[in-house]
Design a protein around this ligand. Sequence first.
Ligand code: HSE
Length: 328
Amino acid sequence: MAVIKAAILGFGTVGQGIYHILNEKREELREKLGVELEVAKIVVRDTSRERVPGTQHLLTDNIDDVFAEKGMQVVFEAIVNEEPAFSYLQRAIEHKCHVITANKVMFAKRGIELQELAKKNGVFVGYEATVAGGVPIIKTMKNILLVNDVSRIQGILNGTTNYMLTKMRQEGWSYDQALAEAQRLGYAEADPFNDVSGQDAFKKLMILSDLAFGEQPAWSEVEVIGIDTLTLDDIKAANEKGLRYRHVAEVEKNAEGQIIGKVAPMLVNAEHPLFPIDDVFNAVSMETNYIGTLTVTGPGAGMYPTASVMVEDYAEIIGKRAGFVVSI
Ligand code: HSE
């Protein structure tokens, strides 16, 4: 049986999740896809920390080791910032590897460039995990766009802040207590300022804008307001009136063809599609011309939901290569 070698770049919450799922599902994936997948390298900054027992021999801090490995065909990337992630993926694509990323900071800025490079090199870029964790929003939107135009997107795109707002409302937790718990559960970014300030949701919104409209608004013109502007009293007072604060990211193409984006806390009532979305859940509502408004929801952060959609991207790419699945 053919063996496909893969590398995992970054071995934090998401990288480890990929490793666990690939191990747990090894046989099933082999049967479904007709190929054996072997994780041959894991790239980390500090190789002295094993993190997952039995992986020490796979660790390297040198990206060259990935490309020196014969049969390397897939690179999973779960690093935090734009660099060195972009340069590593650029090299991977030039090396004819398919790449699958969870890196929204990098992809919001360089996603189109990476996809064009991949096209030239005959490989695929999977980026489902960059937006809304385990919610299959990229796949869904790609399918919808085959027939529909999307005019507006409105969503909860950050699991940490939705979890915090939920716990503050339901349990009366303080902002700091809710944030600490979101960090403990592996939802928050390495620097949680990116979650609470709205920067994380903003990057995800820009990725959706690229997909829906083929362009992004000028970043400097997008108003981004975090949940750090809300107090526990604001949240309680809203709740007493039957209202809920949601941290909403929205982008639309107006009648003049301009793309307008915004990220901010919003008060919603029980009629609003984002009203029932609690805990770490994310949701994306899309306004389309034929379907009408469609809302997709699911867990927006965490090791397994995010890692799962990356392994799904892998299965889809390999399946597509073998000619039996099409959507990436
Ligand atoms: N920190 C992010 C969130 C992780 O809470 O949504 C998933 O992108």
